[in-house]
Design a binder for this molecule. Sequence first.
Ligand SMILES: [Zn+2]
Length: 190
Amino acid sequence: MAQTRAQARTQARDADGDGGNPRGLHFLTELANTVHEDPDAGAADLQALLDRHGGPPFRLTDTDARELREATAHVIAVLSTDDPDLAAEAINDLLDRHPARPRLVRLPGRPWSLHTRAPADAGLAHWLLSTAALALGLWLSERGGCAWGRCAAPGCERFFVDTGRRTPQRYCTPRCATRVRVAAHRAQRA
Ligand SMILES: [Zn+2]
């Protein structure tokens, strides 16, 4: 899992938790959904997920995959709470155990922004949880609450990041929202 400087930059970019484009948070919710839906998600599935999100190009072994799944349980615990005090406590605990060592980084063509800087040999759990703690902590502090949730559509329990500014988001995707609306409309007509 040795990292080059370019890989470290990729990693820093993925930790980005800025409000307009909470890219790191979308990675975290997709990881949480993958592991929640398939508690035995293998190295190939998790590798594909990391690659899709421009994560560090680790070549995951089966042991890495297990470490990543176990670490993801801590992310799921935070995403499962809608109480900001409890979420803050859980995130602070992660920050204590997996210090994010934040640095301001200036990526090409972008303004200065805050990123985690995990040591190259820290291991996957540390990489994930330091990244998650910083991204979730910044998001919670910026939004003043748990701007994430779980889909309210029947049969769907997917986590989502609530990027809306007005009404709280209830569904993971427009698809689930439409499904619920159509079902309610049919029930009304029946
Ligand atoms: Zn859904």
